[in-house]
Design a protein around this ligand. Structure first.
Ligand code: FAD
Ligand code: DHB
Length: 390
């Protein structure tokens, strides 16, 4: 089998890349080791930046997003039992975020690709990448237990943090990394959201976040140990903790409902430099991970592949490798700014196990500052709705 771009991974990075390339007349094949159902049901990110929404809408995959996405003009920061609204619309000249689950984005993209005759192979095994330092890169894999070979001009490693592409070029990469001494325990509950907008709560028992997926579905998180045993958290205990951490002196009430999914995820900051080696390009979680507090993971993946799609298109149009050579440099400038923001939001809102009384006072001052100074609130808002794509 031959194609122009071999894409490993059918997550947001892989599918958006395949879609953007198709619109420019560039052919690709996407290889994914999980089933379509697994990819589409996995509960992950939920907040889309303005630029991500614009890109999906402008490229024809935003119809359901426009109908079902919940447009939010701000968020609440809650501490000391009181809410403080950060008004994105007012602070950014009209920009907003949209709540629309990653699973829904993936369904829309998969449908669009398949409807356009796109090739996505789910449930392939033993994927390995070869010859990417030459002109005839090759991807080997098995499908229905039969060995197959895909030759291409470029390989896009969109296979997430645990994929095979980054390890394949590890020798050429420098890794920058930080782990956090906590994780998030997240639930999806059949309960109408208790607030119209997201609530990020700082509390002496630890961080809590109220989010949502639809007018009937709440998504909630609490800070926990990085290796927290979910078995130790029956639903009643999770709700008890949420009530405490989201407590309000302003007459606000948390609405409960049946928990339909729960899980624990660890948190890290991670960047690989560069994000490319010869004809292999890394994008999304394969190249970087942010702690989830700024809701940036998916958005960053989309920003990467936008740059990559442009560079590949430019190559086929003019034969020039200039943009391809600069892919990493262009992406990393934005990646590091988003890393900074995600680290900052995480540091401001979580309880650090080793925090001194001084650290905690400083954290409260930070929250006070960001909710009382227009300059500080503007900076948060500008980053949250999304920095320019590139
Ligand atoms: P992925 O979505 O990871 O996609 C990679 C794809 O490659 C996967 O489908 C995987 O199955 C496939 N793959 C892996 N290895 C191979 C292989 N060897 N061969 C073939 N295919 C392979 N971000 C937020 O902003 N908010 C959140 O609430 C949030 N929650 C998250 C919860 C969890 C548990 C995790 C893991 C991440 C979460 N994220 C969240 C981050 C966000 O979901 C990611 O940043 C985003 O999915 C990145 O997209 P991607 O396409 O780069 O990678
Ligand atoms: C969600 C996840 C985040 O990491 C975040 O900062 C806000 C919302 C969510 O899953 O809805």
């Amino acid at each position: 089998m031959r194609t122009q771009v071999g894409i490993i991974g059918a997550g947001p990075a892989g599918l958006v890349l395949s879609h953007l390339l198709h619109l420019q007349g560039v052919e690709s094949v996407v290889l994914e080791n999980r089933s379509r159902q697994y990819c589409e049901e996995r509960v992950r990110a939920g907040v889309l930046e303005q630029g991500t929404v614009d890109l999906l809408c402008e490229t024809g995959v935003g119809e359901r997003l426009k109908k079902e996405g919940l447009v939010h003009g701000g968020i609440e920061l809650r501490f000391g039992g009181k809410g403080h609204r950060i008004d994105f619309r007012e602070l950014t000249g009209g920009k907003t975020i949209t709540i629309y689950g990653q699973s829904e984005v993936l369904k829309d993209l998969t449908n669009a690709r398949l409807a356009a005759g796109g090739q996505i192979y789910f449930e392939v095994d033993d994927v390995s990448v070869h010859n990417f330092d030459g002109n005839e890169p090759k991807v080997l894999f098995t499908r229905n237990a039969n060995p197959e070979e895909l030759t291409c001009d470029f390989i896009a490693g969109c296979d997430g943090f645990h994929g095979i592409c980054r390890p394949a070029v590890a020798k050429a990469l420098t890794i920058y990394e930080r782990e956090y001494p906590f994780g998030w325990l997240g639930i999806l509950a059949e309960a109408p959201p208790s607030s119209e907008e997201l609530i990020y709560a700082y509390h002496e028992r630890g961080f809590a976040l109220l989010s949502m997926r639809s007018p009937q579905l709440s998504r909630l998180y609490i800070q926990c140990a990085p290796d927290e045993d979910i078995q130790q958290w029956p639903d009643e205990k999770i709700w008890r903790e949420l009530h405490k951490r989201l407590e309000s002196t302003e007459g606000w009430k948390l609405i409960e409902g049946p928990v339909i999914q729960k899980g624990v995820s660890g948190m890290r900051s991670f960047v690989t430099e560069p994000m490319q080696y010869k004809n292999l390009f890394l994008a999304g979680d394969a190249a970087h991970i942010v702690p989830p507090t700024g809701a940036k993971g998916l958005n960053l993946a989309v920003a990467d592949v936008r740059v990559l799609a442009q560079a590949i298109t430019e190559f086929y149009k003019s034969g020039s490798r200039d943009q391809l050579n600069r892919y990493s440099e262009i992406c990393l400038r934005r990646v590091w700014k988003v890393q900074r923001f995600s680290w900052w939001m995480t540091s401001m809102l979580h309880l650090f196990p080793d925090a001194s009384a001084f650290d905690q006072k400083r954290q409260r001052a930070e929250l006070d500052y960001v909710t009382s100074s227009r300059a500080a609130a503007e900076s948060l808002a500008e980053n949250y709705v999304g920095l320019p794509m590139a």
